[in-house]
Structures are given as structure tokens and as C-alpha cells.
Write a protein that binds this ligand. Structure first.
Ligand SMILES: [Zn+2]
Ligand SMILES: [Zn+2]
Length: 253
């Protein structure tokens, strides 16, 4: 399984793109930077988008991506997400005020975008990759994903504060190659992390006590102003299993 990190951050700044993974060149997991990170030629290859939740740092490139590809695509773009996120995207993004409703354009019979609703813990397959949505704890309904192909698994937390089911799934899953987990704020902003349901290095350390196996931990969703402080605080945890998910890197699992 090939995972390319198009955007690895929870905010945008010079050199920091917002959350977006590209799986096997065809499937986007979140869409914070799909149009910024890829050439038009590569965008046209992307046929499916999985959304973990409705927040802008995970959805903001959808309007521009669709505009870039819809006239060139042979068929519609499929967006897979929870019913709560479908509701939010319809109401707040494709509402004809923020952006045209591409679920009814060019016409309602052959729209540019189709939604497919995902239920917690009901796996589905896309291009030979099996995705299982895992509920996590964030400000809005949010699903992380267990991603499996050829007997190997990667667990993607999406945005989450302290959570339970994600760690149970990690402990139950054989051949888990990596857990990618949110660390958004430095410890001095613990109160902000708590009220916005994100982790800091301090709460990450507590969360890792729920894990009963040795697995590489890759941190993502750092807020750009916190990067240096988070890196210093994570270094002090002195845990050799922890590393940072690297934007621009192609991971082969
Ligand atoms: Zn986010
Ligand atoms: Zn969020």
C-alpha cells in the first residue's frame, strides 16, 4: 500500500499544507490540500475522497479540486463519509452560497459528485483497499480509518482528543504497521487542545498507555505556530517508537 502525504498539518502556512493523504494514487483521505499538492494530471487520477469529518482543514480543497477535474473525468467523483459530514458539506459548502452544489451540477442525473454514507465499524473496499471507519472523539462527529491491503494495516486517527475505540482496534489488529495520531498543540496550550478535542505531547503520552503492543507512532496535524514546541516536547518523551509523519513523503506499507 502506497500512502503519499500531500498535507500533514492541521493548519496552513508557508510549507504547511492541510490534512490530505493520497492512497495508491487514486484515493484521497481527507482533502485539505488536494488541489494545492498535485498537478492537474495527477488530480484527474483521483476518483474517490474519504472524509473523516467536516472541518475546513480537511475539506477546503474540495471545491477547487472538483472544478479542476470534473470536465475531464469520465465519471463522477465519489465522496465517502458519515451521514453527519454529508449533512454538513451539503449545508455549509455545496449550498450555492459558499460554492455551487456539485451534487446537482452539471445536472442532477449526472452530477459531478456523489456522496456515499459510511457507518462506524462497517468496512468497505475501494480499489483493493479495505477501509473501516472508527469513531474517535472530536468536536464534531469524526471517523478515523483502519486501512488494510495485502494483509498489512495502518491506523489513521484523524482529529481526536483522548479516545478509546481507536486503541482497542490497534490492539486487536494483526500486522499493524503504523498508527498515525493527532498531536495539534504544544503543552502550554493544553486548555485549547482539551476544548477543541485534540492531543498535546502530554496527553499523547497518556493515550499511548492504552496501547499494548510496539508499533511505529507517526504524529500529524501539528498546528503551524506550535511545530517547534511540539517537536521539543516530543523529543523529551524519549520514546523511540514516535516519529513525525512527513509531508511530501511516500510511505510504502
Ligand atoms: Zn483538523
Ligand atoms: Zn477537526
Amino acid at each position: 500500500m502506497k500512502i503519499e502525504v500531500l498535507g500533514g498539518y492541521g493548519g496552513e502556512s508557508l510549507g504547511c499544507r492541510m490534512t490530505c493523504l493520497l492512497i495508491n494514487d487514486r484515493i484521497a483521505l481527507d482533502a485539505g490540500s488536494l488541489s494545492q499538492a498535485l498537478s492537474i494530471e495527477r488530480q484527474v487520477q483521483v476518483r474517490s475522497i474519504l472524509l473523516t469529518h467536516s472541518h475546513m482543514d480537511h475539506t477546503s480543497s474540495i471545491p477547487f479540486f472538483i472544478e479542476n477535474v470534473f470536465s475531464r473525468a469520465e465519471r463522477n467523483i465519489d465522496i465517502y463519509t458519515s451521514s453527519a459530514t454529508v449533512y454538513a458539506i451539503r449545508k455549509y459548502l455545496f449550498n450555492n452560497a459558499t460554492w455551487p452544489d456539485f451534487t446537482r451540477l452539471p445536472n442532477h442525473l449526472l452530477p459531478a459528485v456523489r456522496f456515499h454514507e459510511l457507518k462506524d465499524e462497517v468496512p468497505f473496499e475501494l480499489g483493493g483497499v479495505r477501509f473501516t471507519p472508527i469513531p474517535v472523539d472530536h468536536l464534531v462527529p469524526t471517523q478515523g480509518f483502519l486501512i488494510q491491503q495485502d494483509g498489512k494495516a495502518v491506523l489513521w486517527s484523524s482529529d481526536t482528543g483522548p479516545t478509546q475505540r481507536l486503541w482497542e482496534v490497534a490492539n486487536e489488529t494483526a500486522n499493524l504497521k503504523a498508527i498515525c495520531i493527532d498531536v495539534s498543540f504544544s503543552n502550554d496550550l493544553q486548555h485549547i487542545a482539551d476544548v477543541s478535542f485534540h492531543l498535546t505531547p502530554r496527553t499523547l503520552e497518556r493515550e499511548l498507555e492504552k496501547l499494548d503492543k510496539k508499533v511505529p507512532i507517526l504524529l500529524h496535524h501539528l498546528k503551524p505556530p506550535c511545530i517547534d514546541a511540539i517537536r521539543a516536547e516530543v523529543k523529551r518523551l524519549n520514546n523511540p517508537d514516535i516519529d513525525f509523519l512527513e509531508q511530501g513523503k511516500v510511505y510504502e506499507f
